[in-house]
Ligand binder design. Sequence first.
Ligand code: ADP
Ligand code: MG
Length: 661
Amino acid sequence: MPRIHVLEEHVANQIAAGEVIERPASVVKELVENAIDAGSTQIEVRAEEAGLTRIEVRDNGSGIEPEECQLAFARHATSKIRTEKDLMRISSLGFRGEALASIAAVSKVRMITATSSERAGVQLYLEGGEVRERQQTASPKGTCIQVCDLFYNTPARLKYLKSMQTELAHIHDVLARLALGHPDISFRFYHQGRMVFSTDGDGKLLHVIHAVYGLNTARSMIPIREEAPDFELDGYVSKPQTNRASRSHIIWIVNGRAVKNASLTHALLDAYHTLLPQRRYPIAVVHLRMDPQLVDVNVHPAKLEVRFSKEQELMKWLKESVSRQLHRQSLVLDGPATARPVGLLAGSRSKPLQQREAVNQQVQFNFMRPVEKTVRQAHTAGDIPAKPSENPEAENPKAEEPKWETVPKPDMVRETQPLNLDAGPNRDAGRQAPECAALYVEEEASLDASLPSRSEEAGERLPMMYPLGQLHGTYILAQNEDGLYMVDQHAAQERIFYERFSEMARDMQVQRQPLMIPLTIHLHPQEASLLNELITLRKEEILGLGIEIEPFGQHTFLVRSYPAWVPPDEEEFWLQEMLQRLLQHGGNPSKISIEDVLDEAIMGLACKAAIKANRHLRLEEMQQLLDDLRQARQPFTCPHGRPVVIHFSHNQIKRMFKRIM
Ligand code: ADP
Ligand code: MG
């Protein structure tokens, strides 16, 4: 057995570095967080080869005093906290005093820093944590840290890195979160000398969302702003039609720190219940502010997770706030902005598939493509020569196509939006300036629209519509002074029934209706034992739903009554639906959420009972349906999250016919 000894400092530092510095993106995160803590208003990040050969972060913050420069690289050296009490109320991003020590342990670092432009600054060079050079230097106020040859002395770590594209995507993700967390700071991010994205630092979160996610997403964001005694909420959530296949675009910023928190995300998704298709998630950037004593940020080495001390209260409030906002908005989908006149299609019939693909590509989100922002930035930042052309892409479509343009980001995956109809071919290209301007005007307008003074009555969110006829026996065409509407008759009635049934089924005094002949149900032995347990453990709740059921023999059950609200001829379907969903939830019968089961079963019944496609409706029936829909609490999607109404405004129609351009 070898003898026990204390590890040499540089080995210990390398081990500790592993926790904080996992990949190039971790370096970027730590350096930029330091820049933010130093009160910077401008932060510039440059990376070469996804940060592996070089990462440079330059800020205009406080700088570091010459006598403290070396200390900054010592482990557990920090200016941000002093005593254990400070740990309970952290308001800076850093506090562990580990980042610079960890970064220096696994790379070659050069730091230039000055606390004022008049006094000389310091330049320090370290290799593997050891100071190799130190000299006085002239420098503007602020700090610039260059990290070269990351992991040069820990080859094992290098092996775990993914492709350059993936690492770059991680950096992008980290920076996007930091920028979204600090709209008042101007960020610029360059990779291989080319701008990837930048933000103005004008304090407007929507502008940062625009820079990070693009114009279409920014336009479909709904502002939320709420205050409670303990919490403050401020941010944007997407209209349901703008959604993604993963939750990773739900971004929480708690007291300025981007964090992951499953409970927050869960509460938000609850607010979107029935507005989104299954396995689709909104985009959200939400700032939460609260007394630092109510959050514990010291639960994760990379400070990515937090714990809340008033968790339940916070979640309930969050869900209600978002839900209220979603119920105030008109969520009618807009029809396409441009459409090809009939006849012009003829020439391209030979390749309809490619054409569809081309359109699909247009709807993709190009996180890595700097074009949109570049055009705007070019005028102010001066980093990129402004192109005179209105459409830089069309001018030279293949020019300078960097490898990383097609990066599939692990987190921020670019994808088509299934329901987004507002992105016609080339919509974004070539019309940047006016649209950007419109966006900013709209922000104010939409903020106003969201104020509670507006009528909250659901009926008023969907205007009166007058039916013109039916298309393919499936869609109602209707009009009013605002243009043309297409309504999916099945989806509309599904929504109406879903809300009606939900209300009746949750009525405290659900009436029971005895069955003339009790319904006999035979089950598989396993299911039978689960149902038996359920009947014993949750008898009152099941009876409260209006269902009277009892065991009858070994694997057989008798249902004697059903809830009276169930439409005629649907009793058996309803009972089967409830039972099946109960059994599907399986597991521990005392834990099954009867509320969830009921909700799913009501969706099933609403779908079954709603008029199907290909059914002729008379004009009066259409009018009735539209009127009922206007009374719905949430008339814009069916309970499965599909759209119910699509609107073509007068102007859109005029544009399609080229009456206006
Ligand atoms: P922490 O951020 O947890 O305090 P770090 O190792 O990241 O620990 O940084 C150590 C200290 O170095 C910080 O507390 C801060 O005083 C100083 N420092 C680091 N980066 C900067 C910067 N960009 N500007 C000013 N001071 C900085
Ligand atoms: Mg730090």
